[in-house]
Design a protein around this ligand. Structure first.
Ligand code: ADP
Ligand code: ADP
Length: 235
């Protein structure tokens, strides 16, 4: 079974149809790309998968079980992590502290204790290295990293804390060519590690090289869900 199966999902706000008829799957080790211009319905779709909005039409299955998320926490609990474009990082905090942000256990009880700082630094460094980002110094403030590297830290953090599916909200939209390349390599690395990825973008040139499936949205409607074998990219 796919991790996520979306069947004819839609979202209405009163009479306004923000999204309709989206059908697709997200499988382990695959990248599902959601493509569309402004107003196509990409944000609405992310919010449904991320648990920030309830869908009003269709069925959302996670591991084969129909779900209606009522909070982002519910989605996260099933291993669906969302990395938004405006990252929840604290720029002046060191990279390693951002990596462990929001996950810091309290004092601990008995044999359970908090990782020490040296361990957190080591883990941060090795997790980033595993995905191809070599940081000399995980003590540097995360604000000194490039936008691409910051995206990568956020993705690595989600992976380390057990995400099975990464939902990436326009991760390359604010980046130049070189930094976009860093993030695309990183998406490919996550895929190699067996994660399911939902890559939301308006840029077909970014989607095509890393994508396995392509959902084309236009003015709130899905134009279809196609495997890579049915797609081509005109230069
Ligand atoms: P995208 O992220 O691709 O730019 P959106 O998901 O933001 O697209 O929007 C899809 C459509 O739904 C647009 O026509 C938008 O105006 C409409 N829409 C989005 N959110 C709301 C809302 N809260 N109330 C009414 N209409 C909305
Ligand atoms: P909630 O409705 O739960 O607060 P949102 O943040 O999605 O969640 O609701 C408001 C969002 O909808 C804003 O980000 C706004 O930009 C977006 N939006 C897009 N298009 C429309 C629209 N046509 N009418 C109302 N809101 C819209």
């Amino acid at each position: 079974t796919p991790i996520i199966e979306v069947r004819d999902i839609g979202k209405r706000y009163g009479n306004v149809i923000a999204l309709s008829d989206v059908t697709t799957t997200v499988k382990a080790g695959e990248v599902t790309c959601i493509l569309g211009d402004n107003g196509a319905g990409k944000s609405t779709f992310i919010k449904i998968l991320a648990g920030a909005h309830e869908h009003t039409d269709g069925t959302l299955l996670i591991d084969g079980i129909a779900r209606q998320f009522s909070s982002p926490r519910a989605a996260l609990g099933l291993g669906i992590a969302t990395v938004y474009q405006d990252l929840a990082v604290v720029p002046l905090m060191p990279v390693w502290r951002n990596f462990f942000l929001g996950s810091e256990p309290t004092k601990g009880a008995g044999p359970l204790r908090r990782l020490d700082i040296a361990a957190m630094k080591r883990i941060t460094k090795s997790e980033l290295a595993d995905m191809g980002i070599d940081l000399r110094d995980v003590d540097q403030p995360i604000g000194t990293l490039s936008g691409g590297e910051r995206q990568c830290v956020a993705i690595a953090r989600a992976v380390y804390f057990g995400a099975r599916v990464l939902i990436l909200d326009e991760p390359t939209a604010a980046l130049g060519v070189k930094q976009s390349g860093v993030v695309l390599k990183y998406i490919a690395a996550a895929r190699e590690r067996g994660l399911g990825v939902v890559f939301i973008t308006h840029n077909p040139h970014h989607a095509y090289p890393v994508g396995d499936r392509f959902v084309l949205l236009r003015r709130g409607r899905s134009m279809g869900d196609f495997p890579k074998s049915e797609m081509t990219l005109d230069e």
